[in-house]
Ligand binder design. Structure first.
Ligand SMILES: C[S@@+](CC[C@H](N)C(=O)[O-])C[C@H]1O[C@@H](n2cnc3c(N)ncnc32)[C@H](O)[C@@H]1O
Length: 263
């Protein structure tokens, strides 16, 4: 699904968005990979984390959003960034590390997708993936609840409000184990401390809400519909993620990680 990303909005929470990429990198059992692919590189945060860890490697970023690729090239003019769709692209035998941080939850059927990516690697190469596992969190459920609060929103948004694409960690283990000589799967919930006005709304504005707003803007009087939806969703988020006495807002965020060595 095309999301029409906004790189500047995405980069507002750089530290929180880079941390899981670094935690994933820390568990990759490769000393000197020659060729690394950052699948769904976005504006290049994860690509730069990979380059910092393995400065000698050839790191290439792939993404299906041209605005994200343009943003990555601005901050890393010498970098190698190209368009590709993670749903169909597969690595060749030259790839030592296939890395994908916060991308594959935009694609369905992980039971087929994850093993297909691992199986395409040559023996000894590594697949390292992180996906948000927060479909049951208020940030998601309140979006569904807001959509359900008006029948025209519900009808318009039905195609983009997908069922949870992310499985349990144990499922990923079962799916990948037949093709792995080493496998490490885990989950972490980060208690993210955000600041400012409506920070959870601002967080999802570059991801989930962007998809929803794009649809609402196509309705008759779309700008008013989008504004009304945002106000109703923001009010719900304020209740679920109250501001702390010190002015900050806690936004727990669960993520699922996997590192597999191709056998
Ligand atoms: C949340 S950003 C993550 C960017 C980067 N990996 C990082 O860690 O900061 C998700 C990225 O996945 C990309 N993406 C979503 N679906 C994709 C697909 N089917 N093929 C390639 N990229 C995709 C989006 O364009 C976006 O840049």
């Amino acid at each position: 699904m095309a999301t029409a990303w906004d790189p500047q909005q995405y980069l507002r929470f750089t530290d929180h968005r880079t941390r899981p990429a670094q935690d994933l990198i820390a568990r990759i059992p490769l000393q000197a990979p020659g060729q690394i692919i950052d699948l769904g590189c976005g504006p290049g945060l994860s690509t730069r984390a990979l380059k910092a860890r393995w400065p000698q490697a050839q790191v290439s970023g792939l993404d299906n959003d041209l605005a994200m690729l343009a943003s990555a090239r601005v901050s890393d003019p010498a970098g190698d960034y190209s368009p590709a769709d993670a749903g169909v692209w597969r690595p060749g035998p030259e790839v030592d590390l296939l890395f994908s941080n916060a991308v594959l939850h935009w694609l369905d059927n992980h039971a087929a997708l994850l093993p297909a990516l691992l199986r395409a690697l040559r023996p000894g190469a590594v697949l390292a993936v992180q996906v948000p596992g927060n479909h049951a969190a208020p940030s998601h459920t309140l979006l569904q609840e807001t959509a359900a609060s008006r029948s025209r929103w519900q009808a318009a948004l039905a195609p983009v409000l997908r069922p949870d694409p992310v499985a349990d960690p144990a499922d990923y283990h079962r799916w990948l184990a037949p093709f792995a000589s080493g496998l490490d799967v885990w989950e972490s919930t980060y208690i993210q401390v955000l600041t400012g006005e409506d920070p959870v709304l601002e967080w999802v504005r570059s991801t989930l809400l962007r998809v929803v707003q794009a649809v609402l803007l196509t309705l008759p009087d779309g700008a008013a519909e989008a504004a009304a939806f945002e106000a109703a969703y923001a009010a719900r988020l304020r209740g679920a993620y109250p501001r702390q006495a010190d002015g900050s807002t806690l936004f727990p965020f669960r993520r699922v990680f996997m590192v597999a060595v191709r056998c």
